[in-house]
Design a protein around this ligand. Structure first.
Ligand SMILES: [Zn+2]
Length: 83
């Protein structure tokens, strides 16, 4: 479990689409964008480093903010945020 949490917090090393290629890889994750992307899954960047799957799962509205790297929409709640 500890090892898994450590893995969760490291830089994202997978592929990113062009619109997200300049993002901070410690902070990127997928959100469902309800802004101009109208419900599409988009890469977003958090205001803080990725806290790990477990913390994210327990987070409440306003604990974290992420903005869509495609349209700039700011996600106020951490639901359905995945990596
Ligand atoms: Zn968007």
């Amino acid at each position: 479990m500890v090892a898994r949490q450590l893995l969760d917090t490291v830089e994202y090393k997978g592929k990113l689409p062009n619109y997200a290629s300049g993002a901070n890889r410690r902070r990127v994750l997928n959100i469902i964008c309800k802004g101009a992307c109208r419900g599409k899954t988009r890469w977003a960047e958090m205001e803080v480093d990725y806290p790990g799957r477990e913390k994210l799962r327990q987070a409440q509205v306003d604990d974290y903010i992420a903005h869509c790297l495609y349209c700039g929409w700011e996600a106020p709640d951490p639901y359905n945020w995945t990596r």
